[in-house]
Ligand binder design. Structure first.
Ligand SMILES: NC(=O)c1ccc[n+]([C@@H]2O[C@H](COP(=O)([O-])OP(=O)(O)OC[C@H]3O[C@@H](n4cnc5c(N)ncnc54)[C@H](O)[C@@H]3O)[C@@H](O)[C@H]2O)c1
Length: 346
């Protein structure tokens, strides 16, 4: 694959699903000179009306078949509710379109593998909008982890809460914890080997509003996620604890989202006349606030997607990574149904 993936001229984009998030894709793609947004699709007329008001002149349609039939469309953005992703991504690939699908790719690993195979068979790119992989703060944390600055990672912990938006097609794990699973898999360069999750449905039967997830990664690093859309406070935070240093990330801190703490503790066995005991030492040094250039993560992500189309391959947030995220979400779902019983990933 290469530049011949695309027609000459601008990269034609269509956005399917123009609710809360889809219009952000339209705005961002319209800001790139190499792209042209050709269609905005939504089954809901009030959403189409809003798009026409926001982006005068942009053609809107109810039926996605106009997009699949339009040879000027190179790539489709799927920004509909999660449960509809599989069918819409499949149909878009079958129509010969590259796809950028919103997170998560789908709700079952088997479906994800089908989509990955279809994209590969057709020579088309499939990328998923795991937008935190393009967040400058998370990229700084990844840089620190990869450089060994934090030592061996002991555990990572995430809190992702707010009041709403409340979904009905998927629970808080598929909607919110998806982000943290993608961040953890990215930071640790692996998927977990063990998952356990509990949660509760207060608003809609069978749809968890809050989930508490524990994950064990290869090498013994533990991870924990609390995700809820039934919470008074918007929080997007991660803590990474290593044997050398600790790091916090706060997405809502616009000036210093990442803080690196030269803090820690270790325990060394000591031997004395009267036996063996553990000497625990702690240190509490400087806190560094690395300078982070703030950029809109969605803009970074979509720019990367365009570059992938031009290069003819996707390396970040592609099918393998995205199917692994779905696999973890499925394991979370299974554990939820079994009252928190541990589920092993193969
Ligand atoms: N990356 C992020 O930070 C982020 C943020 C918000 C949402 N999302 C993802 O974006 C997707 C959409 O979320 P949202 O908040 O915009 O939801 P939403 O419910 O506000 O909007 C979805 C829209 O899709 C339309 N739709 C549903 N089925 C359709 C179909 N078959 N064809 C055409 N249109 C259809 C609906 O009418 C609605 O307008 C979800 O997968 C969600 O997880 C990602």
């Amino acid at each position: 694959m290469g530049g011949d993936l695309l027609r000459d001229g601008k990269i034609g984009i269509a956005v399917i699903g123009c609710g809360h998030w889809g219009p952000n894709h339209i705005r961002v793609f319209r800001s790139f000179p190499e792209a042209e947004v050709l269609w905005a699709i939504d089954i809901d007329e009030s959403r189409r009306q809003r798009i026409r008001a926001l982006f005068p002149g942009l053609p809107t349609e109810k039926d996605p078949r106009v997009v699949w039939a339009d040879p000027a469309v190179d790539a489709v953005v799927v920004a509909t509710p999660t449960k509809s992703h599989f069918e819409l991504v499949k149909a878009s690939l079958q129509a010969g379109k590259h796809v950028l699908c919103e997170k998560p790719l789908c709700t079952a690993k088997g479906e994800g593998l089908q989509l990955a195979e279809l994209a590969a068979a057709k020579g088309l790119l499939l990328m998923v909008g795991h937008v935190f992989l393009f967040n400058p703060g998370i990229l700084k944390v990844k840089e620190l982890v990869d450089a060994g600055e934090l030592g061996q990672l002991q555990y990572v912990s995430a809190t992702r809460t707010n009041l709403g938006p409340i979904r009905s097609d998927v629970n808080a794990a598929f909607d919110l914890a998806t982000h943290d699973v993608s961040i953890f898999n990215f930071l640790l360069g692996a998927k977990p080997e063990l998952v356990s999750a509990t949660g509760a449905s207060f608003l809609q039967p069978g749809v968890e509003d809050v989930v508490f997830v524990s994950l064990r990664y290869p090498g013994g690093t533990w991870a924990n996620i609390r995700a809820s859309w039934l919470d008074p406070k918007k929080v997007r935070q991660i803590t990474v604890v290593g044997t050398r240093k600790m790091v916090t990330w706060d997405d809502l801190d616009l000036t210093s989202p990442v803080a690196v703490y030269d803090k820690g503790a270790n325990a060394v066995p000591e031997y004395a006349d009267y036996g063996e005991f553990l000497r625990v030492t702690m240190w509490d040094g400087d806190v560094l606030l690395p300078k982070i250039q703030m950029q809109e993560p969605l803009k970074n992500q979509n720019q990367y997607f365009l570059e992938c189309l031009q290069r003819g391959r996707v390396e970040k947030s592609g099918p393998d990574f995205s199917v692994e995220v779905v696999e973890v979400l499925e394991a979370i779902e299974e554990s939820l149904r079994k009252d928190g019983a541990p589920v092993r990933l193969t």
